[in-house]
Design a protein around this ligand. Structure first.
Ligand code: C5P
Length: 240
């Protein structure tokens, strides 16, 4: 079936309780393509939350675990992730290509791996403090592209990147390599003192080539979240 506007939307279940997560799954079912389960909810609720989302929704599941460990451990952890039947999982690119390869192998083609290149709260100062090369301190975007190359070479399905990086990622790695973009703010939902600094609108992100947009608070905090999701769908469809 052809990809529809809703299939671009990833809604993060950024809650600690399964009840809140359940309420939003019920509210948004049919309006989003994927639910993202992050560390807070997974640590608090464990695999049962994955079961809940599967039972209540036909959307795909993105487990945002941001794995980073020795290759053998990541391989075994990924086998368990694949057993859970989730569609996507995140793994840091800041270790080795071997670790990324093992993550992909552990996913057994059941769970796809997305590389996390550089966390958005890591600026040039953080890159320098981590002891990385001067060329990356001078241009953290070069580090993003370097790590994207590692993810690509390891057989990852794609990476997480900002809307501003999508064009370059698509140019370099082709349209099959997924670009998943957080930091999405529709023009009608600009937040005061937002912690997301480099934001793009849903329409901009998909027109730059984003395959999936992660959009939380503009939908979660709207008076009518399902209606807000529908507005995002309309904006995506207009931009496609
Ligand atoms: O749209 P909102 O800012 O509420 O989305 C927050 C979600 O996006 C969180 O689940 C967070 O983990 C995720 N995220 C992010 N920035 C990144 C990567 C992921 O905010 N660079």
């Amino acid at each position: 079936m052809e990809k529809q506007g809703k299939d671009y939307i990833v809604f993060p279940l950024d809650f600690s309780s399964v009840q809140q997560a359940y309420d939003y799954v019920r509210l948004l079912e049919g309006n989003v393509g994927m639910f993202k389960i992050g560390l807070e909810l997974f640590i608090n609720q464990g695999p049962s939350v994955v079961e809940m989302v599967k039972k209540e929704s036909s959307a795909k599941i993105f487990l945002d675990l941001k794995l980073h460990d020795i290759s053998a451990t990541v391989f075994r952890a990924m086998q368990r992730v694949a057993d859970l039947g989730v569609d996507l999982v995140t793994v840091h690119c800041s270790s080795s290509q071997a670790m990324l390869e093992k993550a992909v192998q552990g996913g057994q083609g059941k769970t796809d791996v997305l590389g996390v290149t550089l966390l958005t709260d890591n600026d040039a100062t953080a890159v320098a403090a981590a002891g990385l090369k001067d060329e990356f301190v001078d241009d953290p975007n070069a580090l993003v592209m370097h790590r994207a190359q590692m993810a690509f070479d390891a057989g990852c399905t794609g990476i997480v990147c900002s809307g501003q990086e999508v064009k370059q990622v698509k140019q370099q790695f082709g349209k099959e390599f997924l670009a998943v973009t957080p930091g999405i703010r529709p023009a009608w939902a600009l937040l005061e003192n937002d912690d997301q600094k480099r934001v793009t609108t849903p329409g901009q992100a998909v027109s730059f080539g984003s395959d999936l947009i992660v959009i939380g608070r503009p939908i979660r905090d709207a008076d009518d979240p399902a209606r807000a999701a529908q507005k995002v769908i309309d904006e995506i469809e207009a931009a496609l």
